[in-house]
Design a protein around this ligand. Structure first.
Ligand SMILES: C[S@@+](CC[C@H](N)C(=O)[O-])C[C@H]1O[C@@H](n2cnc3c(N)ncnc32)[C@H](O)[C@@H]1O
Length: 423
């Protein structure tokens, strides 16, 4: 079945980022009507209806009254683990937190951090080889995007020692040693379902064992935090058990930013994206992507090319709307990966048939233009693709500041009370 003009329920769901049930409800409510495809008589969606709806979805609020900005009432310090090229660290810094040290194993990412912030204390090497004893009781926040690994379970409830050998163990070890008021782990959405949820459950039980209550875990959508990209990040927040202050996630913004906001002059940047190096598609891939219009993907190719390009995937289910994808100016980019020409995750420039350049990549991740990346072009892409979008990190930073302001207020209240009243 050729569906150039029509999209299946699965494809539409994937494109608009809603579940099938929502689409069925929208059909009933007339928000997005399904139609019968003339040849097969399947229930499908007219592509132009979906694109129009996408336009509406991503251009709803022109003004945005939501603000998470909170001014720090004290100097708050962060120890950043698995720091990469600094997406999280830069966002935290922009929010007003101070990075006292950053650990990272990758030599190029460390060079990036040092080049941009010669005053940051970059601890290069495997986290396993470091003791953070000197930061004990001196740091307010420990953050870290630990890579996700399976645990081996001996008993029913996972303890810290059972997790030895994993990088989450190292994160928890450092939190235990440094004893901050709050610790923040960041990860991919996939952690929710990793080992049927047992991995996340294990992490929560370990944090509990080392003295931290975990706030209900949330997946934050970057598009709700001034990032022109549909990236998602799972946030794991632990609060030291002696602290009686609630943590609140940053409120989502109403305004959604699109690719045009990343690459051209506008509210996010005051000039167009600077020129820079970038990788190219191999000739054959370029010939194919030349046939795909903005906001289109492999379904827009002639049937014989679809089959050739997709191989076995052509006959498998699912929309695979990220394959041979060209991004449109008036939509957020799809999640950037660590390598921009990789098969199955092409995100082609809207006007030119090429991957985004390094600086375009950095803009889509909301890095400032003056944040330089060290190493070869592929090393630079990797560092950017691995990062937490800076604007998302900044909003998380505000939420941490708001939490710490309350922690310090409580502390001062207690200290100023007459001794007899302090329990
Ligand atoms: C998802 S990235 C973190 C991105 C970072 N939070 C940012 O916003 O840019 C994870 C990082 O952990 C680093 N890493 C992996 N194993 C490590 C280890 N054993 N010790 C220290 N860092 C490690 C990787 O090199 C990678 O840069």
């Amino acid at each position: 079945m050729v569906m150039k003009e029509y999209l299946s329920l699965a494809e539409t769901a994937e494109l608009v980022g809603k579940c099938k049930e929502t689409l069925r409800r929208w059909d009933k409510e007339g928000i997005l009507k399904a139609v019968r495809e003339p040849v097969s008589n399947y229930r499908v969606y007219r592509k132009k209806d979906v694109q129009q709806l996408l336009g509406n979805l991503f251009n709803t609020a022109e003004t945005d009254e939501v603000s998470n900005f909170t001014k720090p009432q004290n100097d708050y310090s962060v120890l950043e683990l698995f720091a990469g090229a600094g997406g999280l660290a830069v966002g935290m810094e922009q929010a007003g937190l101070k990075c006292v040290a950053l650990n990272e194993i990758d030599k190029w990412a460390c060079q990036t951090l040092r080049k941009n912030r010669p005053n940051w204390n970059v601890l290069e090497g495997n986290i396993k080889d470091f003791t953070f004893e000197e930061y004990k009781g001196k740091v307010d926040v420990v953050t870290g995007g630990f890579p996700c690994q399976a645990f081996s379970y001996a008993g029913k409830k996972l303890g810290l020692n059972d997790a030895r050998g994993t990088l989450f163990y190292e994160f928890a070890r450092v939190v235990k040693q440094v004893n901050p008021s709050i610790c923040i782990g960041e990860n991919v959405r996939g952690l929710l379902s990793h080992e049927k949820g047992k991995t996340l459950e294990g992490m929560i039980s370990i944090l509990d064992e080392i003295g931290y209550n975990v706030v209900p875990v949330k997946v934050l959508k970057a598009i709700n935090y001034r990032v022109p990209q549909k990236r998602e990040r799972l946030i794991l927040v632990g609060i030291r058990k002696d602290i009686e202050v609630n943590y609140e996630y940053p409120k989502p913004h109403k305004k959604i930013f699109n690719l045009v906001d990343a690459l051209k002059k506008g509210e996010l940047y005051n000039c167009k994206v600077p020129k820079s190096e970038g990788s190219k598609y191999p000739d054959h891939k370029k010939e194919i992507l030349d046939l795909v219009p903005p906001k289109g993907y492999w379904r827009d190719l002639p049937l014989d090319i679809q089959k050739e390009y997709m191989g076995k995937s052509f006959y498998l289910g699912g929309g695979k709307t990220g394959m041979a994808r060209r991004i449109g100016w008036d939509e957020p980019s799809l999640t950037l990966t660590c390598s921009p020409a990789q098969k199955q995750t092409e995100r082609c420039h809207p006007d030119e048939t090429r991957p985004f350049t390094v600086r375009e990549y950095a803009r889509i991740q909301t890095f400032p233009d003056n944040w330089h990346f060290e190493g070869s072009v592929s090393q630079q892409y990797k560092q950017i693709g691995n990062a937490v979008p800076v604007n998302l990190a900044k909003e998380i930073g505000y939420s941490i500041i708001s939490f710490l302001n309350k922690v310090y207020e409580n502390k001062e209240l207690k200290e100023n009370q007459p001794k007899a009243l302090v329990v």
